[in-house]
Structures are given as structure tokens and as C-alpha cells.
Ligand binder design. Structure first.
Ligand code: CP
Length: 354
């Protein structure tokens, strides 16, 4: 990949760069008209999303047969990836790992800083830079907000940059979850993403998945959103301002039942108590934000029930058998959507056709 990075004094100082408006930052993470680093949901426009969904659909179709799987596995067999997941993960880690394997990418992993030289005092920045000595791409999940972006910025200033993919950073962003969520909506609605009402439920303040998915909604026409949450966990003002700026109507309520019947998609989330400072989640009654079997008769026949998972009690397990419950499919969609993204970054998507 050609480097087209423009070095300026602002780009070479992290604090100055970090403060820049997102629209000014995005070119820094793009090469030759393609995503290079995938850090923010705002990097996905409608054209790119549609292209990624088509690649994901093609990939899942061709890999049903051995020759298709062999072809997919040859596409990036010259490529190595590091999975640096130092915050717990089941789905994001495994779906990225298997996405890499589908495309033939060889993988290494660190899942706990106690097994890396960070215990000897190496900085996280130097640790990540070390990975780039061995691999061609770094996929990472990190608890510190902004650290994944900082890593990509840092790598882009070195003479051996490698693409960085954000697998979840602090409470701010989870862009590839938003990608797989919108891929699930795309498949559930047979490609017709416009004119939909999406209801997001739960801990919206600290849920990075709902934040990232909300950003993607600007790509579709006539979307409206309803945010359902406890008072303490309402959606943050920066996201509400984003919606106002893009003329996307939204409502906020604590009364889940009042909006269920209008929803084309209900996106459930768990309480994010790992972000508590002093056990504040315990003071909240989360039970009004559960989806129960009795609610199935209140929602549209075409409504889909989603959840990024893992769940606790937000969706009764008896709901799983209802055809409108798509969260297990959503989780599997993640592997195909992430494989499509990796193929795009390395320019291999052109070779994935049915
Ligand atoms: N949805 C999600 O990010 O799941 P994991 O935390 O298991 O990766």
C-alpha cells in the first residue's frame, strides 16, 4: 500500500491531532481511497457499507464449497495479524480470529498484559509498536478510551505503519460492532435500510455499541431513533448533538412499552457496570429495560430483536426461539462482516465474487 500521509506539525503532535474534528482526522487513516485504519464508525459511508455487505454475502456464499474456501484462504495467505485484546472479549476476538483464518491471514495473540513485557515496564505504545515488527495488521481491544486511535496515529508516523482495527476502545467506540449490526439490519430488511425506526434500550450512556451504531444511522434515509434508558444512563449529549446536526429525529424515554410497537428493530444492551467508579449500577433498577416473552405480542411481526451480546437478563432466553430474535445470527454476521472489512483494507475484496 502506498503511503499518502501528509505530515504537518499538527499531525505530528498527539494532543493537537486528538483535538481535531473527526472530519479532519479521517484522511489520516485512509490510503488510496480505502480505509487503512478502522477506528471510528464515522469512517463508514453508505457506499462503503453496501460494498462491505456485498463482499460479506459473497464470502459466506462461496465458502460453502471447498474450492470457494480454498480461494478465500489464498487471498491474504501472505499476511500476518496480531490480535491484542487486553480487555475481555469472546465474540469480537473469535470472529476476528476466524475472519483472518477464512482469508488465510496467520495470527498471533496477546490477551493479557501480564503475559507481555508491559509487566517489565514497557509502555503500551512501545508494546504495540513492537507488534508491527512482526505483523502486517493489528486488531486491538483496549480499556483506555482513545488508545486505539493513538496507536494508529503513532504507527502512521513510523516508517513501518500497519493498519490498526479497533475491536472496542473504552466506552467510546466499537466500529466493527456497528458494522455487523448494520449488516444484520441489512440482511433482516432484505437490503432496504431506509424508513426505519430503531429503538435502543439499556445503558446508553456507557454502551459503546449503541454510540457507534447511532453514527451509522446518518447513512440511511428517514431513520428515527428512540432511546430507552434509566435516567442515570441516558445517551450522552455528543451523540444527541450529532443526531440534531444530521436532522435525525429521536426521542428519549424510560417507558419501554410505550415505543415497542413502533419499532422496526429493538436493540437491547446490558448494564455496563465494568465502567462503575463506586458501584453506582447497583442503585439502578434495570428490570424495566428487559425484553420478556410477554412483549413478543406487542411488537411488529417484522420487528427484529438485536443484542450485541453478552447478555445477562435483558432478554429472556424463551425469546430466543422467536424468528424475530436475530442476535445469534448477528453474532455470526460479525465474522463475515469483519472478513469483508479485512479484505477491503488489503484490497482483496475485488477477488471475492459469486
Ligand atoms: N459484542 C461484543 O463486543 O462481544 P465481546 O465483548 O464478547 O467481544
Amino acid at each position: 500500500m502506498e503511503r499518502t500521509l501528509k505530515m504537518t506539525s499538527v499531525n505530528s503532535n498527539w494532543d493537537d491531532f486528538h483535538k481535531k474534528d473527526i472530519s479532519e482526522k479521517l484522511p489520516f487513516f485512509t490510503r488510496d481511497g480505502r480505509l487503512y485504519d478502522c477506528l471510528f464508525a464515522q469512517q463508514f459511508d453508505r457506499k462503503l457499507l453496501t460494498s462491505l455487505f456485498k463482499t460479506a454475502d459473497a464470502l459466506r456464499a462461496i465458502t460453502q464449497k471447498k474450492e470457494g474456501m480454498d480461494h478465500a484462504g489464498s487471498l491474504l495467505s501472505h499476511t500476518r495479524a496480531m490480535l491484542y485484546f487486553v480487555q475481555p472479549s469472546t465474540r469480537t476476538f473469535l470472529s476476528f480470529l476466524n475472519a483472518c483464518h477464512i482469508l488465510g491471514v496467520k495470527t498471533s495473540e496477546i490477551r493479557d498484559t501480564s503475559t507481555s513485557s508491559e509487566v517489565k515496564g514497557e509502555s503500551p505504545e512501545d508494546t504495540v509498536r513492537t507488534f508491527s515488527s512482526y505483523v502486517d495488521m493489528i486488531i486491538m481491544r483496549h480499556p483506555t478510551p482513545g488508545f486505539v486511535e493513538k496507536t494508529a496515529w503513532l504507527m502512521n508516523l513510523t516508517n513501518r505503519p500497519v493498519p490498526i482495527i479497533n475491536g472496542g476502545s473504552g466506552k467510546d467506540q466499537h466500529p466493527t460492532q456497528a458494522l455487523l449490526d448494520s449488516y444484520t439490519l441489512y440482511r433482516s430488511f432484505n437490503g432496504d435500510m431506509d424508513n426505519k425506526k430503531i429503538v435502543m434500550v439499556g445503558d446508553l450512556k456507557r454502551g459503546r455499541t449503541v454510540r457507534s451504531l447511532t453514527y451509522l444511522m446518518k447513512n440511511y434515509k428517514n431513520i428515527s431513533l428512540a432511546f430507552v434508558s434509566p435516567e442515570q444512563f441516558r445517551m450522552e449529549p455528543d451523540i444527541l448533538e450529532f443526531l440534531k446536526r444530521h436532522n435525525i429525529p429521536f426521542t428519549e424515554t424510560g417507558d419501554f412499552r410505550s415505543v415497542m410497537g413502533e419499532a422496526d428493530a429493538i436493540y437491547m444492551t446490558r448494564i455496563q457496570d465494568e465502567h462503575d467508579h463506586s458501584g453506582e449500577s447497583k442503585a439502578v433498577d434495570y428490570s424495566p429495560f428487559y425484553f420478556r416473552s410477554e412483549h413478543l405480542k406487542l411488537i411488529k411481526k417484522t420487528c427484529v430483536i438485536m443484542h450485541p451480546l453478552p447478555r445477562r437478563n435483558e432478554i429472556e432466553t424463551s425469546v430466543d426461539a422467536d424468528p424475530r430474535a436475530v442476535f445469534w445470527r448477528q453474532e455470526r454476521n460479525g465474522m463475515w462482516a469483519r472478513a469483508a472489512l479485512i479484505a477491503h483494507i488489503f484490497g482483496a475484496d475485488q477477488k471475492i465474487t459469486r
